[in-house]
Design a protein around this ligand. Sequence first.
Ligand code: MN
Length: 735
Amino acid sequence: MPPVIDLEAERQEILRQYRRLLRTAKPYLHDGDTKLIKKAFNQSLEAHKDMRRKSGEPYILHPLAVAQIAVEEIGLGTTSIVAALLHDVVEDTPTEISDIERDFGPKTARIIDGLTKISGVFEYGSSEQAENFRKMLLTLSEDVRVILIKLADRLHNMRTLDSMPRHKQLKIASETIYLYAPLAHRLGLYAIKTELEDLHLKYTDTEIYAELKGKVKQSQSARNRFIKEFVHPIDEELKAQGFHYEIKGRPKSIYSILKKMRKQNVTFEEVYDLFAIRVILDVPPEQEKAACWQVYSIVTDFYQPNPDRLRDWVSTPKANGYESLHTTVMSHPGQWVEVQIRSRRMDDIAEKGYAAHWKYKDTGSLQPESTLEAWVNRVREMLETNNSSALEFMDEFRQNLFVKEVYTFTPKGKLIILPDKATALDFAFDIHTHIGLHCLGAKVNQKLEPFSYQLRNGDQVEILTSHKQRPTSEWLTYVITSKAKTRIKDFLRDDKRAKADDGKFILEKRLELIGVDNTPENLQRVLAYFNVPTPSEFYYRLAVGQLDGREIRDSLFKTTTAVSRANSVLEPKKFDHEVQKIRGVRPDMLVVGERTDKFNHSLARCCNPIPGDDVFGFETETGLIIHRTSCHRAVDLMSNYGNRIVRAKWTDQLELAFLAGIRLKGSDRVGIVNDVTRIISTSLKVNMRSITVDSNDGFFEGQIMVFVNDTDHLNKLIQRLSKVNGVLQVERFES
Ligand code: MN
């Protein structure tokens, strides 16, 4: 029996959400805006009237929620509210873009058109998805609100992911961490970025997420006590000096805690900076810099700062517009604490990013030329100059989202911001293509350096050029920016074409000399003899002397045997075949899923899944590969090749054995290896595949590969091993 739907209650809920939206937007609204929003709401309501979301709720609640996020969490205005309300209308209902344009004007229509273009993202395979994304970015240069609303849309979908089937959850969550969270970060939307990351974790690594969340909650009251004590003297002094301010203790996000735990290989308890203290100052724009440093001075009067951890993004904002003064100080219980000092305006920009940024710019604050604007320009340029495939482009773009910047200067003191690890050659291309193409080297801070020199913050760079200098393919290894790469590739391609023309001429002359006609058949024989795939490649090699022109005669008059170029790539030995050999059990029952029985499968070597792990299947030409959902490659695979992901889970069976890695650390003593191996092979009857032990200075570290039945079996083993005298740490590792 279908559930009874209380239509009146639903109507009430829709109205409640609509009124909430209007209330939140009110401070931003001008004359006539309310009417426009009402019109958009009514149209959306009508268009979606028979639709429901997967969760069963009326569809209109989704566009309402997206509009709410756009205003409340991103700080967008009327046009965006209207576009958010109507964002799914063209995609899912008979409404056309022309209808929107007629009713709401060209601006709104363009935004919705941009949003509609990218809405099919989930349904397609990798390259189409990449192509869609590229289209979305094209609209970025036109109107960045397309991406901001898309982020609001994604955030709401992530918040309501519960009602989706598992394989869609994985897919959407992965795509989010792959692209949308970095994009939010790049646009300075910290709050949204953090929430997207945490939600990703919630759906891909559910257990760990729940565990960490529990721990954060557990430690909350102790943390609050600590913060209260820490803040007390600062608070008093700020009051005494007449500051208007607010102090907050902000816990770190679950995702960033986990990232830190994994990166530094520490436990939750060992992550020292679980939270940061934030001082937000209410000061007029012209006083904010001085005020921030005043507060810094007060904080460090009470607590000793770590000189290596001072970050001044007030004088030089980050590329995404972030401004703040950070310092890490030693608290009295002997714990490092990060303190962030910023004005209300800076805080708004940090939380809401791009939109808030422009809001303040309009009111004429002291904001220097936006580095974010420069980034948008760079993306635009990348789109215009980049002729690689959509997938390559996507990779490059993603790299561009993650990188840190290095701040450098021209001889005249102009600031040039490049991605971290950029070289002098990148710098040259950033200034001008012509300078890049003829770059010989650089004078960095008056010192002569090769153009492969890796730039550092504050470097002043003068590029040295020569007319005779020309790029070679080796140059591609010296640059990291897409602009430099594209320009070098363009040059090499043109150069190759010119050389090929020369080569063609050489061949013609040579054939004339031998007295052979220049026919396609003869050309084919020449190519076959030299084993070159295409005529243009042959011409090129001939021109640059990689091939000996004198052999052309031989190629036409001597009979040759075709060289077989088949690459006999050995198929990697699949692990479960090995298991089969050892145990004599058919491995076909490892996974059950909708389509798995048709496929061969093997266990991924990157993460060595064992029964009990959360897993998924990945289709390849040779069969299905089973990965753990926590595998470091999982995100990449799921977001780029979503159509090749297959749901997988373990069947109940005990007799199979799986390879797992265990890492042990401890203090060395005679006989410890014996004790360890005895436990493994005798008491738990586990087969070992390999064991390596390194020891020095009385400390040993060992890695053991064992065959176990499932996670329980493995955990039991780990428990037993950690009780061995001298063993300090035992953990599972991914090879
Ligand atoms: Mn939507």
